[in-house]
Design a protein around this ligand. Structure first.
Ligand SMILES: Cc1ncc(COP(=O)(O)O)c(C=O)c1O
Length: 374
């Protein structure tokens, strides 16, 4: 059966146009500087076992959707950590500890950021404390412990784990390496974003002078999306349409774009896309996203398992792809947008389009991955 016949009734949940979209390269590079991205690439590309992750063609899906090309950046292969987060936290640890072996590093995490911070700390021989909420799976906790970190589980949600992390870090003089910014805490989140921008540097070389017309970026607190926008400003010759995708239950970027200011939302039900289940866009990413995103879209959890299975069974591409829950919303939203003929036309998604998607993680949570697959 063709892909289209199976996915032709998939829908996105919400779609919003950003009335404040006026992509300005200089403004973006004032928030995340060219030099910061260049330095991150210089350092990370010298790490042991570094190699660019694959940019895979979803040629079967593009044929069915009548789109020229769909590029899928496969972060399941990132340093055996199985997500792009490997680039951010570990890099920030290296930069802020500056070779000082006495420092204890701490962070709060939904999973992948903590894994990166723990891995980076282990590489440098540093002690590490990772705070997780009750929603983070024991599997993810186990992987973090395997890098020698202490894992502290906190009752409640991510916010509670962050509060506890800040409290204990103050008491014990630990160095917090957080990917979320707040007033007076912006340097480290910027470093994590500089680390993520390595993805766009790689992509700019992998696309071989082809122009990307649309990019769909997953957002939790917006760090990865904003880093990719900065990477576009730094490394690409053209400006694609920039579309942010979020879980329908946690659309904090969409709600902020709607009003033009940061909105804290209330999450009624945690999305299966745990890393993207965030209630407030982070300050530094917001400075970039507010004027550079062209559209926001949200998707429901209903299509996640179906997408994971199709990626694994070569229905979208020639090769098998291991894509975890957060790898799916780019694909789901693209299919939904293509199925809506009015919107498809409005945003110029057609047979001339080259669409860039991010496979943010592989089976980072193996147990959840197996459940989604079966
Ligand atoms: C695994 C994972 N965690 C977290 C995020 C969200 O990143 P950020 O919080 O920087 O927006 C994503 C993707 O957006 C992701 O794939």
């Amino acid at each position: 059966m063709s892909v289209k016949s199976e996915v032709s009734n998939w829908k996105f949940s919400t779609f919003l146009e950003n009335n404040n979209n006026k992509f300005n390269k200089n403004d973006i590079l004032n928030v995340l500087a060219k030099q910061d991205m260049d330095e991150a690439y210089q350092i990370i590309s010298k790490w042991n076992n570094y190699s660019p992750t694959p940019l895979i063609s979803l040629n079967k899906l593009s044929k069915e959707l009548n789109i020229k090309k769909i590029f899928y950046k496969d972060e399941s292969k990132r340093f055996h950590l199985k997500s792009f987060k490997a680039l951010g936290g570990a890099y920030a640890v290296e930069k802020v500890t500056k070779g000082n072996k006495e420092i204890t590093v701490s962070t709060a995490t939904a999973g992948n950021h903590g894994r990166s911070v723990a891995w980076g700390s282990k590489k440098l021989g540093l002690k590490c404390k990772i705070f997780i909420s009750e929603y983070v799976s024991e599997f993810r906790a186990k992987v973090i412990r395997s890098f020698g970190a202490d894992v502290i589980r906190v009752k409640g949600n991510y916010d509670n784990s962050l509060k506890e992390c800040i409290k204990q870090s103050k008491q014990n003089n630990w160095q917090i390496v957080q990917d979320v910014a707040w007033q007076d805490y912006k340097l480290v989140p910027k470093l994590t974003m500089a680390g993520y921008s390595v993805m766009m540097k790689e992509i700019s070389e992998q696309i071989n002078n082809q122009q990307i017309s649309h990019v769909i970026l997953q957002a939790g607190v917006g760090g990865m999306a904003a880093a990719m926008v900065a990477g576009i400003a730094r490394y690409l010759d053209n400006v694609p349409k920039i579309i942010v995708v979020e879980p329908e239950s946690a659309a904090c970027v969409l709600e902020s774009i709607k009003t033009g200011k940061i909105e804290k939302i209330s999450i009624k039900k945690e999305s299966l896309m745990g890393g993207m289940s965030c209630d407030e866009v982070s300050l530094v990413p917001w400075e970039i996203l507010k004027n550079s995103v062209s559209h926001c879209v949200t998707v429901s959890d209903d299509y996640i398992a179906k997408t994971v299975k199709r990626l694994a069974s070569c229905e979208f591409s020639e090769e098998k792809i291991i894509g975890g829950e957060c790898s799916t919303p780019g694909i789901i939203s693209l299919i939904g947008l293509c199925n809506d003929f009015k919107i498809r036309k409005k945003i110029n998604l057609n047979e001339e389009s080259n669409v860039l998607l991010f496979g943010c993680e592989g089976d980072a949570d193996e147990e959840l991955y197996q459940k989604l697959l079966n």
